[in-house]
Design a protein around this ligand. Structure first.
Ligand SMILES: [Zn+2]
Length: 673
């Protein structure tokens, strides 16, 4: 609840090199400061901090962000926590937004829920040692599972007596209201006015927040009653949302950071058992299938996760879907399969902690290859099943962000499935293109309008054809698209020089600046961003790379809204991690205005002139590449046409495009020679 003005004051005062300097020893080198990266292990410094741009980037592991991002990543702060840390460092008084009465009431209620949960945890824990039944039933159960008293305390385990309302009466006697007992779900209130303890007769596993507050419980039944559910969990409440919590994270977080790795298991007891065996970096999803919020929570501590499966193949296949989500969130996923009939807990009990640790180390394998092996086992010569398996695996491979890694998987999976590599490569290209198409929000093919507008007879027919043509256009994998480096160059110009005012002479195909009568260049002054956005919007050019498109869209939106300069910090602080990483890389790579202009001209061009020429060259090159694509499309479409009129329209369109291409080509020659 920090108000916007305060946030701005904090950001203005923050010097990134001072902030990072508190955790990393930095040396000044040129405009930047460099040091050894705190996020990966290195001896030669590749961690760069740019004071002028307010960002950092490690060229070793790719970690990057601004000062707030650094604190969130390094200290595991939430966004407000990071802001408060900075405010304290720079002596800025934090003005909290005034709370409404409703908010105050809600805060009070949250506090009450926290209090009663903590009270309940302490009570249940004390019963293990101070109550005859608690010791005889609860404590002996935990001991029978091989848990030590230390671990029982570390996880705050307890027991709820097998009486109808022992806990409820105890809580009411201690001044807790019926309302909070009801809201936490600790007590169930029946319509007939009767009340009873939700967890009666169960051993209790409290569920902690990251900072160690009790949020809710998971209770395991001990009686042999058939109709009782094995586990009962607290219902969601103001403080407990099971899809946002990882069981064991509070106890595991330091070990996860230290080892830069997290084990994901199924049950609470597995977490505790692993912890006791010395594998402390273990968590479980809390009685739900894994959610995206849980993955993001995990990613705050590490990007490396190893999923542990017990050897039941139906269960393994059911869990594959959750793993796709791990990939989507950019995690590196590995897997360990336990021998048939064993889970982490039973394995640890049977063989002890040393052997468990050895087993984990020796049996960890790559997830995609693991999945391929499991699924290929049930193809058994069925061609339809084989096609299903193929597309299932390709969907997962497509989630891997790294091109080299993807290529490697294609080779390995193809050999496991006994199919040609090209088949898998083609499937993958199709999937990637589909994803790209979806991420561009079903943007219509950029050729549609242009072809119709430039055509001699802008008939409906031509539009229809263009649409059909878009549909039958064969897909090319976007990773080898030649326009991509050109796109990067344009975005890099936007980010590094977008707000510089330059003069740019007009040229064919460029309409943002007016031309005077003599055809001489009229040197109107615009910002680089205005020129680039104007030109691309005018020509309806879309980017192939979705990240470039997102960045461009943001510029276009802001300029349209009347902003004259765009602050690149909006991307650095933004939500989208891919955008953030791309922007920071481009800003750190320091776009250098080409020096070739100096050699080609007699008079030494000013920086402004050189930027102007770079902008013009980039725009013209992008346009000409786009024309090549359009002309290519027409050529491809031509043989399918049977109607002579349609052929004529297409020929005339092609002539127009060729003409334009020639003009732009000539202009480009003038710029670069
Ligand atoms: Zn690093």
């Amino acid at each position: 609840m920090i108000n916007q003005e305060t946030i701005q004051r904090i950001m203005d005062a923050t010097r990134i090199e001072e902030v990072i300097g508190e955790f990393v020893s930095l040396k000044k080198r040129g405009a930047n400061h460099i040091g050894c990266c705190p996020f990966h292990n290195e001896k030669t410094p590749s961690f760069n901090v740019s004071p002028s741009k307010g960002i950092y980037k490690c060229f070793g592991c790719g970690e990057s962000g601004n000062a707030v991002g650094f604190l969130m990543k390094h200290e595991h702060y939430t966004y407000p926590e990071a802001l408060r840390w900075l405010a304290k460092k720079y002596n800025i008084e934090v003005e909290e937004e005034k709370l409404t009465e409703e908010q105050i009431e809600r805060n009070n209620e949250r506090d009450a829920l926290f209090h009663v949960s903590e009270f309940a945890q302490k009570y249940f824990a004390s019963l293990l040692y101070e109550n005859e039944m608690g010791t005889a039933v609860g404590l002996s159960y935990f001991h029978s599972r091989g848990l030590t008293d230390k671990v029982i305390k570390d996880f705050g385990l307890g027991y709820c007596l097998d009486e109808w309302e022992n806990f409820t009466r105890h809580a009411l006697a201690n001044g807790y209201s019926e309302n909070v007992l009801k809201k936490t779900g600790l007590t169930i209130f029946k319509d007939d006015g009767k009340t009873y303890d939700r967890f009666r007769g169960r051993v209790m596993f409290p569920i902690y927040s990251v900072s160690g507050r009790v949020l809710g419980f998971s209770g395991r039944v001990l009686s042999k009653e058939k109709q009782a559910a094995k586990y009962v969990n607290s219902p969601d409440s103001e403080i407990y949302n099971k899809s946002h919590i990882l069981y064991g994270l509070y106890q595991a977080k330091n070990a996860i950071t230290r080892q830069d790795k997290c084990y994901l298991v199924e049950g609470n007891i597995d977490v505790i058992s692993m912890y006791q065996s010395g594998v402390e970096n273990t968590v479980a999803s809390c009685g739900t299938s894994l959610t995206v919020e849980q993955v993001r929570l995990m990613r705050r501590y590490t990007k490396n996760v190893t999923v542990l499966y017990d050897g039941d193949s139906a269960g393994i296949k059911a869990a594959f879907r959750a793993v796709n989500m791990l990939f989507e969130e950019g995690m590196h996923v590995r897997v360990v399969l336990f021998p048939d009939g064993d889970d982490p807990d039973s394995y640890a009990q049977k063989y002890g902690s040393t052997q468990l640790q050895d087993y984990l180390r020796d049996n960890e394998t790559n997830f995609i290859l693991f999945k391929t092996k499991i699924l290929s086992a049930d193809i058994k010569g069925d061609p339809i099943r084989k096609a299903e398996v193929l597309s299932d695996i390709v969907r997962t491979v497509a989630l891997v962000p790294d091109l080299m890694e993807r290529t490697e998987y294609v080779t390995q999976c193809a050999s496991l499935l006994h199919i040609p590599e090209e088949t898998l490569q083609n499937e993958l290209a199709k999937t990637l293109n589909r994803k790209l198409y979806e991420s561009l929000n079903h943007k219509p093919d950029e050729g549609d309008k242009d072809l119709a507008d430039n055509g001699a007879q802008p008939e409906l027919q031509a539009k229809e054809q263009a649409k059909e043509q878009a549909a039958m256009k064969p897909v090319t994998p976007f990773m080898i698209n030649p326009a991509q480096s050109q796109e990067n160059k344009i975005i890099s110009l936007l980010l590094n020089y977008g707000n510089e005012v330059i003069a740019i002479p007009s040229s064919p195909g460029t309409q943002a600046t007016p031309q005077n009568d003599g055809g001489e260049a009229a040197a109107e002054k615009y910002t680089v961003a205005q020129i680039i956005v104007g030109e691309l919007l005018n020509d309806q050019l879309a980017f192939v790379d979705p990240v470039c498109q997102l960045i461009f869209n943001e510029y276009a939106k802001r300029l349209n809204d009347g902003e004259t300069s765009v602050d690149t910090q909006i991307f650095v602080e933004g939500e989208n991690q891919q955008v953030r990483d791309t922007v920071i890389s481009m800003m750190m790579d320091e776009y250098t205005v080409s020096d070739k202009w100096r050699e080609k001209h007699i008079h030494v061009p000013t920086k402004e002139e050189r930027i102007g020429m770079d902008v013009q060259e980039s725009l013209l090159t992008l346009k000409i590449k786009n024309l090549y694509i359009k002309i290519d499309d027409i050529d491809r479409q031509f043989p399918y046409l049977t109607d002579d009129n349609e052929r004529l329209i297409l020929i005339s369109q092609k002539m127009q495009l060729m003409n334009l291409k020639q003009k732009i080509g000539a202009a480009l020659n003038r710029v670069i020679s």
